[in-house]
Ligand binder design. Sequence first.
Ligand SMILES: [Zn+2]
Length: 445
Amino acid sequence: MKRRFLHLDFKGIVPRFDRLEEYLRYFRQCGFEGLVLEFDCRVRWRSWPCAAMPVYTPEEAARIVRLAESLGFETIPLMQIQGHLEWALGDDSCAGLRENGTLTLCPSAPGSEEQLLAWMDELRTIFPRSRYIHLGADEVARIGLCPACRARLERGETKFQLYSTHVKKFCAAAEKSGFRPLVWGDMLLAEPDPTEAAKTLPESTVIVDWKYWGKGPFGSTRKLRDSGREVWGASGLQCAWYEHFRQILPFYEDRLENILGWNEFDGTVIHTTWGRSGNKYAFYPPWLMSLPLFAAAGDPEKWERHPWRERIGELSRLLRRALEFELVKVPAKIRAWPASCRLEEESREYIALGVEYQIAANRLLEIVADHDAQLASSRFVGIDRETMLRDLVEAPRKLRRDVENLLPKLGAVFDRNGLVGKEEFLAEIGSQFRRLDTVKPLELP
Ligand SMILES: [Zn+2]
């Protein structure tokens, strides 16, 4: 069956409880049939009292789920059973669950099974009607390091068996709680024979093949399907950390290629919306940057007629060319895009600010490079005082002023939309401009 689900990763920038409904209604309007909710560190879990940065109470989480279902979404909780538990294992109260001191969960540690089962029980109370649970189980980087796991390896188990035994245990627990289990496919695909690896999981397991770059169909999906297990696809609607160190907009055309490619898949697709690369990484920007992508992912046919479709294409081309004299005209044009609701108005404003940020980030690199080049050439040709003052004193001063004006406007987007993480986001995206401190007027002879 062909269904389009939306995954939301809450460890990033998220709306506070009372501001979430507007998004859920918008996502439903976009055409998504289901929501995969990865609450991560954002719920004050009873089963994980150490949860690092909670935004919602368990009662609020349950209300979010009820609201989503009342809007017509199928809901799927996403937990983690081994990797990507950094938010919990980083707390010393959970030190006993660490794989040899790392922030990966040890499957042999006393108490790890009980801990995860307690979490699954709590998720069951928050998602009482859900048919599926996503167990995560992706990107487990550290396996078999502690004395207990090493002993199992010495007794003949392979590292993959340490992993798959653990996954199977929780697939069975999920079934017992009335959930059909989903797992990410990457650990299976890392095996020499992914088809055989997938066959080690119970037949009812749904394997999700995430491929965030390029256009499907992907060979990996076929290999997983050859195991006889049901396979769903997953796009990267919002992902890729390196897009966000010196820009606060995505590469729209790359995201669209991936999303629209997956939408041609003859099965269920989860469009993933990541908040960070991991708990200990910088934020990805707010969902507002991705509104056009939600529209394209939810209903590609509607997207064909969307008034933003051609505009986003043009914007992508201009951002890639990165010519300031072209880009300076763009924010005013974006602010005049037609908007059909308040969220689209806010998205349009965020995208316009994103272009202004890009102009500043590009100029920063020019100024730093200009400084280094003038410093090098001055040893051969000397210094032209006027040029030096213009490029290395006036230009940095103007850029500092521009950034000082821009950051509060981005902060205001957080305030108007009830988003968490304003100070952190502004600190991250403002940090690179400290490099201006290294630009100094050259010494005149
Ligand atoms: Zn271990």
